[in-house]
Design a protein around this ligand. Structure first.
Ligand code: AMP
Length: 297
């Protein structure tokens, strides 16, 4: 077990553990004291977006566990598992300053033993949007998140709207499988110029970083249309696609307007709507979205 330095502000010593047993022992101790536990699952290389989840967890729970695990199961064979950025020392400093109590940082072998063969999958919600180009992604996400829920047994777990489909999938899984915890969704944290914060932004070179602004810009145009009362989903998609097409470094994976509950494509905007996009900037695939609630008149 590793102990990071004292957090002078709050007088907390944050632990970093690598085994499931150590997490279980710690949580058991907290439970004996009647303390509540929040969980923030991450893949590390933490930024202000992750920090907003940790801040929320710290404000709502007695103890907070942050998992830092680049989950091989949610990457496709041609995806960026090997190059995904990692920096545990930096992550530990951010977690400690935010007031987290424990980092769970397992090796892949700790999470998936040699003859691992049980999976959590979902028939609805996972076929469209990111599931189209990443067909095994949500099986990997549901499996690892289920394992984390069993290991940490949190009262609440925190997920970002940045990965809106993931948030919807996890909520659905928790309901289907009767996990006894609350899922808290947190808003997207952006750079000052509007780019949604992401660990993958570090892949972008200077030109690509500028080009990446086209994601939030196109969604901004979509939002303005919605605010002006547009309800035709095809028109909304066209405006976003046309805006994305003005950026030579951008190539669109998808632009979708879907119902925020079912994630099914809609023709007319009504109720709660997710406008989600995935765009390659050079070789880097970035996602962004807005959730829009049409006011009932
Ligand atoms: P990741 O490390 O990318 O798997 O993300 C871990 C959690 O942080 C997920 O629930 C993400 O949705 C959330 N997250 C990532 N980026 C942001 C952001 N810019 N704003 C809010 N939440 C975020």
């Amino acid at each position: 077990m590793r102990y990071t330095k004292m957090c002078t502000e709050k007088g907390i010593i944050m632990k970093i553990v690598e085994t499931i047993q150590e997490v279980r022992e710690q949580v058991k101790e907290w439970r004996k004291q009647g303390l509540s536990v929040g969980l923030v699952p991450t893949m590390g290389y933490l930024h202000e977006g992750h920090k907003s989840l940790i801040d929320c967890a710290v404000s709502e729970n007695d103890k907070v566990v942050v998992s830092v695990f680049v989950n091989p199961m949610q990457f496709g064979p041609k995806e960026d598992l090997a190059s995904y950025p990692r920096d545990l020392d930096r992550d530990a400093a951010l977690c400690e300053n935010a007031g987290a109590d424990l980092i769970f940082h397992p090796e892949p072998e700790e999470m998936y033993h040699e003859d691992f063969s049980s999976f959590v999958d979902m028939n609805t919600l996972t076929g469209g949007l990111c599931g189209k180009t990443r067909p095994t992604h949500f099986r990997g996400v549901c499996t690892v998140v289920s394992k984390l829920f069993h290991i940490v047994t949190p009262d609440k777990a925190y997920f970002g709207q940045k990965d809106a489909q993931q948030l919807a999938v996890i909520r659905h899984m928790v309901s289907d499988l009767n996990f006894g915890l609350e899922i808290v969704g947190c808003p997207i944290v952006r750079e000052e110029d509007g780019l949604a914060k992401s660990s993958r932004n570090t892949y972008l070179n200077e030109d690509e970083r500028k080009a990446a602004l086209i994601l939030s810009k196109s969604l901004g145009k979509g939002k303005a249309l919605l605010e002006a009362g547009e309800t035709d989903a095809a028109k909304l998609k066209a405006v976003i696609e046309n805006t994305l097409a003005t950026e030579p470094l951008a190539s669109v994976d998808y632009v979708e307007v879907v119902d925020w509950d079912s994630l099914k494509p809609i023709e007319i905007v009504n109720g709660s709507v997710l406008v989600a996009i995935a765009v390659y900037i050079g070789k880097t695939r970035l996602i962004d979205n807005i959730i829009w609630q049409k006011e009932m008149r």
